[in-house]
Design a protein around this ligand. Structure first.
Ligand code: GLN
Length: 456
């Protein structure tokens, strides 16, 4: 813990952490030492981590990357925070992210950009950019993230780390500041599938305080990851695994370097015993307009709670209640958040609801059905995480649509609520990391982690 606190202090220019609490961390590390001395052999006892600043914490301020919540102290810990602390993890601090998790580059944080440790002139991805940057720079062995439309997988891909978004409902959303509630899921970003399995095991499980929490028995993802496949051998651990390759995940617009790294990874899966099969996800492209209707619609509703009354920023000068709302929200929210609130209220308004929101909901169902058709002939689906490697800071920051389009390969699994992960596949342009995306059927995290572990 003290070593990593030193590394964090000497890497401030990365912009990965928003708050650090050395004393609390050292005290928690001493508690962990005592637990070990008492014979607690839990794999996470004493492991230093940090949380994306979307999870509320009692000991450290929670901002969601927004000026709206500057200095906000929560009266309780998020379930994920509570469970990881219970497993013995030592919390070092809070991690930078896009404001209310809206973004793909961590450039929408009110507290400055985070940088990619592989090339500090590039973005680390987003919205869990601080989490990925911190793990890639070895400031932390693991971190939490959240993924609404790709925010764990894409930054993991951009930084050569491993991240998993479980099935919707596997991790409790209690205490996770809401962006789009029907899509938001928590998950770990770490160095390996094995570390992700251990973290996810501790983070997940039923929570009565989240009405969409899946009522399932606790899962030992680590044991599932190690479970040998029937007919497998040391050199062919993935014997018989059917890996579906959707043609729509390899469009002409896919950057050549990403295409090459992902195809090489697929060939490696084959050498490990997997069988590649062609599948189709015909509505892949439609996932962009569908997501960018549904997510802002839910966000516009969720963010209505930031009214300057109950918590968050309140304008200093105003006359009357309406102006207090207007001034507080105008000052507290950044441009991308305002844009999403505008889009969301528009698509939900009378007369447009049927034309946009309802159509998007119908297509969301069809996208989920397409996956079920594909899973009839495969066990996991594989493809790229993002259409390019991490781009240069500032190169897309004034072009929201360019950011939205780059989410094409992560949005489908989010809309369907399926588990999906990013595993380092190789390197592309500028020596930047490229991730391989693996998507599983509902509650098949174990299959993904097994394949990723064999591949690593
Ligand atoms: N890039 C997507 C967005 O901006 C996804 C973000 C996320 O998963 N939180 O909405």
């Amino acid at each position: 813990t003290s070593h990593l606190l030193g590394r964090i202090a000497s890497h401030e220019q990365l912009g990965a952490l928003l708050a650090v609490e050395p004393e609390g961390a050292l005290a928690a590390a001493r508690d962990a030492d005592a637990r070990r001395a008492d014979g607690d052999a839990g794999p996470l006892v004493g492991v230093p981590i940090a949380h994306k600043d979307i999870f509320v914490t009692r000991a450290l301020p929670t901002t969601a990357g927004s000026k709206m919540l500057a200095g906000y102290l929560s009266p309780f810990d998020a379930t994920v925070v509570e469970r990881l602390a219970g497993a013995g993890c030592v919390t070092l601090g809070k991690l930078n992210c896009d404001e209310f998790a809206m973004g793909s580059a961590n450039e929408n944080s009110a507290y400055g950009v985070a940088r990619n440790p592989w090339d500090a002139t590039r973005v680390p991805g987003g919205s869990s950019g601080g989490s990925a940057a911190a793990v890639a720079a070895r400031l932390l062995p693991a971190a939490t993230g959240t993924d609404t439309g790709g925010s764990i997988r894409q930054p993991a891909s951009f930084t050569g780390t491993t991240g998993i978004k479980p099935t919707y409902g596997v991790c409790s959303r209690y205490g996770m500041i809401a962006f789009a509630s029907s899509l938001d899921q928590a998950g770990p970003i770490a160095r390996s599938a094995e570390d992700c399995a251990l973290l996810l095991g501790a983070m997940s499980g039923f929570d009565a305080r989240d009405s969409t929490s899946a009522e399932r028995p606790p899962q030992d993802f680590h044991a599932q990851m190690l479970m040998p496949r029937q007919g497998a051998s040391a050199t062919r651990p993935l014997e018989g695994l059917r890996v579906g390759i959707p043609a729509e995940f390899f469009p002409a617009a896919l950057a050549g370097d990403v295409d090459g790294a992902v195809r090489a990874a697929l060939a490696e899966l084959e050498r490990l015993g997997a069988r590649l099969v062609d599948v189709s996800l015909p509505r892949t492209e439609l996932s962009i307009p569908v997501y960018y209707i549904i997510a802002p619609a839910e966000a516009s509703s969720n963010l209505s709670r930031f009214d300057g009354v109950r918590y968050g920023h309140r304008a200093a000068r105003y006359e009357g209640l309406d102006e207090m709302y207007r001034a507080s929200r105008s000052e507290g929210f950044g441009p991308e958040v305002k844009r999403r609130i505008m889009i969301g209220t528009y698509v939900l308004s009378h007369g447009y609801y049927d034309a946009y929101y309802l159509q998007a909901q119908k297509l969301r169902r069809m996208i989920a059905d397409d996956f079920q058709a594909a899973f009839a002939s495969c066990d996991v689906i594989a493809g790229p995480v993002a259409p390019s490697v991490a781009w240069k800071l500032g190169s897309k920051s004034d072009d929201p649509v360019a950011n939205y389009l780059a989410d094409i390969f992560t949005l489908p699994a989010s809309l369907a609520g399926l588990p999906a992960m990013s595993v380092p596949a190789g390197f592309g342009e500028g020596g930047m990391p490229v991730g391989l995306q693996l998507i599983g059927n509902y509650f098949h995290e174990g299959t993904l982690l097994h394949a990723a572990h064999a591949f690593q």
